[in-house]
Design a protein around this ligand. Structure first.
Ligand SMILES: *Cc1c(COP(=O)(O)O)cnc(C)c1O
Length: 432
């Protein structure tokens, strides 16, 4: 069945070309994944039609009884998955989750601390081109040159000197477990709030393969579409809810409001209007999948694949930031291979392998060129690939990086990529 095919063949063809691209290339972008058919069905469903400003049971619109059921399930399942007392599933994206969380805990003009973008942080952790860098005074911490891990001597020194209101931990290109406990110790020394952004490892956190931020952090944000393998979106959680410490009271009763109420009202009406109910319902479907035992098998395989790939690169004399990985991410410093991240990304793309160029810590090249690439295993693991395929993939990447301008090599690699993809089909129901 395709309504689109009949109604708008131009867009239908574009969609089919994207299905074909996803099928026939090796997706190694660490922040991407492939959702299941049930998630796809819900995300493409009629709940896209519904206005539901507000929260379940307290909407500004009628006719919300079914979207309420879906949002309640999404919140309940998220709380079970992450052992959280509170969840808000309405943020349209990870960036909006971060915006709402930051604006709840910090006033504009106050100081926040986050991991430097060039050291693996995220735009929303204080980059000058992002709202976070424009609205707050930002102090960035970095990783240690030798270990590639967060340098806690520096974090502590900066924290004591600048007294941030809030410290953000987590990032987009950090191959190691986030050190929640160490961050908590620093935050406590200066009386700062601690926010964890688990956008990347959320699926690993949900299955116990990465430590949980809940016991240590005042607020936790995430995306739902990376290792968690749900629809594109964001979420905010707290391990424990409590009365707010800012003195905010309910206008009529004078009751001190809970933090959860402040976060809810910062998401809506603070920064968003109507929630994307089709996406919230699809989040509920994805969380249901993540609660199944098979999801833990999946995330365990993600990590095994990443570690196998990391070892394979090390044996070919690649330099990995932090020397390896605990997660789904590998950050390769290509400096000793005489190729830039940009050239490597382009050559690999020609061979059907999708990665992204990435700054490495202390990079001397610009963000548009970079000295590294970031490689991740969530998407290829969803296709069913295992350790054997990781060895092949390392070999293919190595051939391209050694011969970025050799058309013969690129063509050969591309045909092996095609065979590999054909053996691990993806969305083939959509191709017919
Ligand atoms: C991906 C990511 C985000 C933002 O997610 P979007 O949905 O793209 O806005 C936020 N924080 C971190 C650490 C991320 O990796």
């Amino acid at each position: 069945m395709s309504y689109l095919k009949n109604a708008d063949s131009e867009l239908f063809e574009i969609l089919m070309r994207e299905v074909g691209r996803e099928f026939s290339t090796l997706e190694l972008i660490a922040s991407e994944n492939f959702v299941s058919y049930p998630v796809l069905e819900m995300a493409g469903g009629v709940m896209t039609n519904k206005y539901a400003e507000g929260y379940p049971g307290k909407r500004y619109y009628g006719g919300c009884e079914h979207v309420d059921e879906a949002e309640d399930l999404a919140r309940d399942r998220a709380k079970i998955l992450f052992n959280a007392e509170y969840a808000n599933v309405q943020p349209h994206s990870g960036s909006q989750a971060n915006m709402a969380a930051l604006l709840t805990f910090v006033k504009t003009g106050e100081t926040i601390m986050g991991l430097d973008l060039a050291h693996g942080g995220h735009l929303t952790h204080g980059s000058p081109v992002n709202f976070s860098g424009k609205l707050f005074n930002v102090v960035s911490y970095q990783v240690d040159r030798a270990t590639g891990r967060v340098n806690f001597d520096e974090v502590r020194k900066l924290a004591k000197e600048h007294k941030p209101k809030l410290i953000i931990c987590g990032g987009s290109a950090y191959p190691r477990h986030i050190e929640f406990e160490d961050f908590k110790a620093v935050a406590d020394e200066i009386g700062a709030f601690l926010m964890a952004d688990i956008a990347h490892p959320a699926g690993l956190v949900a299955t116990g393969l990465h430590p949980s931020p809940m016991p240590y952090c005042d607020v936790v944000t995430t995306t739902t579409h990376k290792t968690l393998r749900g629809p594109r979106g964001g979420m905010i959680m707290m391990g424990k809810d409590s009365e707010n410490s800012f003195g905010v009271v309910a206008p009529k009763s004078g009751r001190v409001k809970n933090m959860s109420e402040l976060i809810d009202s910062m998401v809506m009406p603070g920064i968003q209007g109507g929630p994307l109910m089709h996406i919230i319902a699809a989040k509920a479907v994805a969380f249901g999948e993540a609660l199944q035992p098979s999801f833990k098998e999946y995330t365990s395989q993600i990590v095994k694949n990443a570690q196998t790939l990391a070892d394979a690169f090390l044996s070919k004399d690649y330099h990995l930031v932090s020397g390896g990985t605990d997660t789904h991410v590998i950050l390769i410093d290509l400096t000793n291979k005489s190729i830039t991240g940009k050239t490597a990304e382009k050559a690999l793309e020609k061979a059907g392998i999708t990665v992204n160029k990435n700054m490495v810590p202390f990079d001397e090249r610009s963000p548009f060129v970079t000295s590294g690439i970031r490689v991740g295993t969530p998407a290829i693991t969803t296709r069913g690939m295992e350790e054997d395929q990781m060895l092949t993939i390392c070999d293919l990447i190595d051939q391209v990086i050694d011969n970025p301008e050799n058309e013969f090599v690129i063509t050969n690699v591309k045909s092996t990529v095609k065979e590999l993809c054909d053996s691990f089909p993806l969305y083939d129901d959509l191709l017919n």
